[in-house]
Write a protein that binds this ligand. Structure first.
Ligand SMILES: N[C@@H](CCC(=O)N[C@@H](CS)C(=O)NCC(=O)O)C(=O)O
Length: 219
């Protein structure tokens, strides 16, 4: 098993975290960002988009982080990361989609403008809009987690992976977080998991310079 992608990428982190949870051995190549390597003919033969992550599992080569998460969970985590019980499966799939389509856009706008873009060029309106949107949507997820350990019930599933990666980054940004006691409890539990600690709880930085330094450090 080979993962192509730098550790600082949130999309790579999803895959690494899942591999860690499943106890799958793999090797990784630092590709993308300052490392480059994602615009070579060899890389584009694996992913014509020139983006990370790419997974190679035997003769299977694939891109799109959420598809990789689903593939790994189906092949190696059926009944755990990918629930087989229909209610849990429905919840896991639902929250994975919600995290990607509802939570990720404002979280990413805040992250880009606070970390990746120099402060003097940051889009203040986009940041304010993102913060307002987060304050609207996070309570929805908080309510859903009431009385549950994870989004699909008692166990970690694919429904927690995208949100879990975003949650770590959101925690490192400067914004007014709404009260979210259930998310806080869930986040505290994630922070106890060895694979989350290893692959997701990495330094983010607060400027393009800090970001670049962390990227180099992480590999
Ligand atoms: N939808 C794709 C998006 C992939 C993507 O945008 N990857 C970014 C890193 S998070 C990338 O490759 N950026 C170029 C680079 O790192 O050089 C996925 O989820 O895998």
């Amino acid at each position: 098993m080979i993962v192509y992608g730098r550790r600082s990428s949130i999309n790579v982190q999803k895959v690494l975290w899942v591999l860690g949870e499943l106890g799958i051995e793999f090797r990784r190549e630092s590709i993308g960002g300052g490392f480059g390597g994602n615009d070579t003919p060899a890389f584009r033969a694996m992913n014509p988009n020139g983006l990370i992550p790419v997974l190679r599992d035997g003769d299977i080569i694939m891109f799109e982080s959420n598809a990789i998460v689903r593939y790994l969970a189906a092949r190696y985590g059926a009944g755990s990361l990918l629930p087989t019980e229909p209610h849990a499966l429905a919840a896991a799939e639902q929250w994975m989609e919600w995290s990607q389509t509802t939570l990720a856009p404002p979280a990413s706008a805040l992250f880009m403008n606070q970390v990746r873009i120099p402060a003097d060029r940051a889009d203040r309106k986009a940041m304010a809009d993102a913060e307002a949107r987060l304050q609207t949507v996070l309570p929805i997820a908080d309510k859903a987690l009431a009385g549950k350990a994870f989004f699909a019930g008692d166990d970690l599933t694919i429904g927690d992976i995208v949100f879990g990666c975003l949650r770590w980054r959101l925690d490192k940004l400067d914004w007014k977080q709404p009260p979210m006691p259930n998310i806080d409890r869930w986040f505290a539990a994630l922070k106890e998991r060895p694979a989350y600690k290893q692959w997701v709880m990495v330094p983010v930085g607060r400027s393009p310079e800090e970001w670049a330094a962390n990227e180099k450090l992480l590999g």
